[in-house]
Design a protein around this ligand. Structure first.
Ligand code: TUI
Length: 316
């Protein structure tokens, strides 16, 4: 059986984490991923603390396995959520979109395993010093809010800079991608886009169809001038946003257009005015499957490709 240090750290069967996707990663998806042997993660995103509490309780009802909560640090509710996870006895936290330094002491005092997302070597080193247990090293192939570097360039540089385990994210959609990041120094992966189309993922059908139909070049990065670049699928909204960037319109105009846009896509299936966050690997994803099918398939591919890679090296 394949086991990595991430499996021991998180008490899971396979070193596969589900990304904490805002408005998407709820109890249904998180419990399904955990029940399939990966690590399901509830996204706190911008949600009010009571909504997050309810999601945590529902997840506990649906699985007795390990699961985590993602704290999105740009949220105005981040402080409250940071304390809620302690109250609710959450064992694993991932963070995104910022530096979680100010919460590390609190979380470590509660015995929580803390895994920040880092987009750079500098933040990776700082998080290790603060006591992070592992890192999610996310390249800009990912959907949603992204950093500057690709997975291919970032993962080996962080691997050389820290000694805690690394989970690679951004651009990984199958066993080949998983094997590739292991060659770069990762010992686990996090996937978002592949789980967007999971049967247990309760987003609008039109969102899933859009991901399933996406081609390799169908994502764009919007919002660079705001300091919060976001990768989404091309649609009328993305075209409007990019036009506004070209015309150097003020940040307030972006905010106005972007407000509620993710919710419109996820909940209402509004493919014109909604923000359809997805990673560059969307073009590879062609079918809806259960979380169990996704995870088992990736682990099978991973094992085969690790063996084939050696044969290729030998010229066979
Ligand atoms: O957080 C994500 N992906 C997200 S969050 C999100 S909600 C949102 N929507 C619109 C604008 C902004 C947020 C949608 N997708 N991924 C993890 C991630 N974290 N990517 C990049 C970072 C990151 C960036 C800067 C982590 C730390 C960081 O630190 C800056 C600092 O303060 O040192």
């Amino acid at each position: 059986m394949f086991q990595s240090n991430i499996c021991q750290l998180l008490n899971i069967k396979y070193p596969i984490l589900q990304g904490g996707m805002a408005w998407v990663a709820n109890h249904s998806l998180a419990s399904a991923v955990s029940n399939a042997g990966g690590l399901g993660i509830i996204a706190a995103a911008n949600a009010p603390v009571e909504v997050v509490r309810e999601e945590i309780r529902k997840t506990k009802e649906k699985t007795d396995r390990s699961f985590g909560v993602n704290v999105m640090l740009l949220s105005e509710n981040a402080d409250e959520v940071a304390h809620l996870v302690c109250e609710e006895g959450i064992k694993i936290i991932t963070t995104g979109a910022g530096n979680p330094g100010k919460y590390m002491e609190l979380w470590k005092a509660h015995g929580i395993t803390v895994i920040p997302v880092v987009p750079s070597v500098a933040l990776a080193k700082r998080m290790e010093r603060y006591g992070a247990d592992a890192l999610i090293v996310e390249g800009n192939e990912a959907g949603g809010h992204i950093g500057e570097l690709t997975t291919m360039a970032l993962v080996p540089q962080v691997a050389d800079a820290v000694s805690i385990p690394i989970i690679a994210a951004g651009g990984i959609g199958d066993g080949r991608g998983m094997a590739a990041t292991f060659m770069l120094g990762a010992s686990g992966i996090q996937m978002g886009t592949r789980f967007l189309v999971a049967k247990e993922c309760a987003i609008h059908l039109k969102y899933k169809e859009k991901v399933l139909r996406a081609k390799d070049i169908d994502t764009v990065v919007t919002g660079r001038p705001t300091g919060h670049p976001v990768r989404i699928l091309k649609n009328p909204l993305s075209r409007k946003l990019l036009n506004m960037e070209k015309n150097q319109e003020p940040a307030s105009a972006f905010e106005e257009l972007g407000k509620g846009a993710l919710r419109r896509a996820v909940m209402e299936g509004d493919m014109d005015n909604g923000s359809i966050m997805a990673g560059q690997i969307a073009g590879l994803i062609k079918k809806e499957q259960t979380c169990e099918e996704i995870i088992e398939e990736i682990m099978k591919e991973m094992k085969i490709i690790m063996q084939e890679g050696w044969q290729r090296w030998q010229g066979k």
